[in-house]
Design a protein around this ligand. Structure first.
Ligand code: BES
Ligand code: ZN
Length: 443
C-alpha cells in the first residue's frame, strides 16, 4: 500500500463520532493527528478549542497579490449502528474491490484527505502553492456545527478569503465529475405524545382512553396529502421555482433515471411529489421525513398494552428561499393543531441549517469546472445536492464568499449507513483535483 493510503487508513482508525460524548477523546486525538500531518507538510497550524470538539486551522506562508483559497472539511463521523450489519469493523479500514471500507471513508475523511494530500504533492513538486491557503477542519459537522458559526464570526478577519472549496458532496455516477451549486437546508424536531400516566392493559382500558401511538401515526399521516404534497400551511410559500435551464440540464445527467434510483436504493417503485422528476425532487424540492418512530411494545410476540407515550423524530429538507426558523414554527403549529383529542403533544424544535445556492458559472465556478475536467478527463455535470452542509450558507453570510462543491461520494458509498466505502479511484482523482484546482483558481 502506498503512503497516501497508509495516511488515510491511520486517519480512519480514529472513532471520531461527534454525537457520542464517550468518543470526545477520540475526536480530539483525531484533530491532533491532522495537526501533526499538516505541520509535517510545513504548514503553520492552530488547534482551537470550542465548548465541544476542536477546530483545526492551517496556512501556508501568505503573500500579497495571491488569491486566498479556504478549504473546508470535517473530521467527525456518524455513529456506526447498527454495527452488526457491517461486513468489516467500521474503524479497521480494509481495501477490497477497489474501495476502502470504513466509517468516514467518504464522509468526510477520504474527501478531506484528498485535499490535504493534493497540497502535500504540490508542495513537494513545486516548493510552494500558487495560492494563499487556509485549511479549516471541524469536528462537529455531523451534529450541525454548533461551535463553528461563533468561531467564524470571531475570526472573520483571519479567515478572509476569495473562494471556498469543499469536497463533502456527491458525484452522480462513476467517472462523471460533478460540481454542486446548491444544497438543501434542514429543520429537525421531535414529537412526544402522552396519554395515560402509565402503560395500561389494552383490554381493560382500550376504547375509553386515547392511544398515544395511534396519535403519533395520525400526526405523521397529517404531514402529506394523498398525492404526496406537504400539507403544512404555508410550507411552500418561499420555495423558489426550478429554472427551465436546470430542468433541461438535469434531464440529461447520467445516473439519475428512475431505474438507477431503484437499483441503488432497492426500493420497489419511485415515489414523490407529482410533477417532478426524481432529480428535481431530490435537489430542488422540500421534503418532510420521519427519521424515527416509536412507542409501546417492540419485543418478541405480542403484549396487550396501551402505551403511556409515543414519539417520532422528523427532519424537513428545505430549498431556497425557505427559512429553517420559519419552517420550524409552521411545523410546530401544524403538529399542535392536528393533535387528536385525548392526548397531549410536545414538539421540541431541534437543530437546523439554511439552504444554499450559487452561480456555477461565476469566475471561480468556471475554474472549478476546468479543474474537474482536468482531474477526471471530462466536463463536469452541474447539480444541486439533496444533502445539507449548513455551514456553507453561514460562510457565505459571514465571510461573503461562495463555495465550490467538488463531490467525490458515489451513490453506493453508503454514507451514514453500514459498510460505508470510498472508491480508491476517487481518492486519487481527488488528489489530482486539488492540484488542478489551486492552479486554476490562481489564474
Ligand atoms: N456530507 C454530508 C452532506 C452531503 C452528502 C451532501 C451527500 C451532499 C451529498 C454531510 O456530512 C451530512 O451528512 N450532513 C448532514 C447535516 C445535518 C446533520 C445538519 C445531513 O445532510 O444530514
Ligand atoms: Zn455526513
Amino acid at each position: 500500500m502506498n503512503q497516501q493510503l497508509e495516511d488515510l487508513f491511520e486517519f480512519l482508525r480514529f472513532p471520531s463520532i461527534s454525537t457520542d460524548s464517550k468518543h470526545a477523546g477520540d475526536v480530539r486525538n483525531c484533530a491532533n493527528w491532522i495537526i501533526e500531518k499538516l505541520t509535517g507538510m510545513g504548514l503553520t497550524t492552530e488547534l482551537h478549542e470550542t465548548p465541544k470538539h476542536p477546530i483545526v486551522i492551517a496556512r501556508n506562508q501568505h503573500e500579497a497579490g495571491k488569491k486566498t483559497v479556504l478549504i473546508y472539511g470535517h473530521y467527525d463521523v456518524q455513529p456506526v449502528d447498527p454495527v452488526e450489519l457491517w461486513d468489516t469493523s467500521p474503524f479497521e479500514p480494509v481495501l477490497k474491490d477497489g474501495r476502502i471500507w470504513a466509517r468516514g471513508a467518504t464522509d468526510n475523511k477520504g474527501q478531506m484527505l484528498a485535499h490535504v494530500l493534493g497540497v502535500e504533492e504540490t508542495l513537494k513538486e513545486e516548493g510552494e502553492l500558487p495560492v494563499n491557503l487556509i485549511f479549516l477542519f471541524e469536528g462537529e459537522e455531523e451534529i450541525g456545527s454548533p461551535n463553528l458559526v461563533p468561531f467564524l464570526k470571531e475570526h472573520k478577519d483571519d479567515l478572509a478569503c476569495d473562494v471556498i472549496a469543499v469536497s463533502d458532496t456527491g458525484m452522480v455516477a462513476r467517472g462523471v465529475p460533478t460540481m454542486g451549486y446548491g444544497l438543501r437546508g434542514i429543520s429537525c424536531c421531535e414529537v412526544t405524545v402522552r396519554g395515560p400516566k402509565g402503560d395500561l392493559h389494552s383490554g381493560v382500558y382500550g376504547g375509553a382512553v386515547a392511544n398515544p401511538a395511534t396519535a403519533v401515526a395520525q400526526l405523521v399521516a397529517s404531514l402529506h396529502d394523498d398525492e404526496g404534497n406537504i400539507a403544512i400551511e404555508g410550507f411552500y410559500d418561499d420555495v423558489r421555482p426550478l429554472e427551465t435551464w436546470e430542468r433541461e440540464m438535469w434531464a440529461t445527467v447520467p445516473g439519475m433515471s428512475d431505474d438507477d434510483l431503484l437499483k441503488i436504493t432497492g426500493s420497489p417503485a419511485p415515489f414523490g411529489e407529482p410533477g417532478y422528476s426524481s432529480a428535481e425532487r431530490l435537489w430542488a424540492r422540500p421534503t418532510a421525513e420521519v427519521n424515527g418512530i416509536g412507542g409501546g411494545y417492540q419485543g418478541e410476540g405480542s403484549k396487550t398494552v396501551l402505551p403511556a407515550k409515543a414519539m417520532a423524530k422528523f427532519s424537513f429538507r428545505l430549498v431556497p428561499d425557505q427559512d429553517p426558523k420559519d419552517i420550524s414554527a409552521k411545523v410546530k403549529a401544524h403538529l399542535e393543531k392536528h393533535c387528536p383529542p385525548g392526548v397531549t403533544v410536545d414538539v421540541e424544535v431541534g437543530h437546523d441549517g439554511k439552504p444554499y445556492i450559487c452561480d456555477p458559472h461565476s469566475e471561480n465556478g468556471k475554474a472549478g469546472q476546468v479543474a474537474l475536467e482536468q482531474a477526471f478527463g471530462k466536463a463536469p455535470v452541474l447539480i444541486r445536492e439533496g444533502g445539507s452542509i449548513p455551514i456553507i450558507q453561514d460562510m457565505k453570510e459571514i465571510l461573503g464568499v461562495e463555495s465550490l462543491m467538488l463531490g467525490l461520494a458515489l451513490p453506493d458509498c453508503q454514507i451514514h449507513a453500514p459498510n460505508e466505502n470510498y472508491y480508491v479511484e476517487n481518492f486519487e482523482g481527488g488528489i489530482r483535483l486539488n492540484k488542478a484546482l489551486l492552479k486554476e483558481l490562481a489564474k
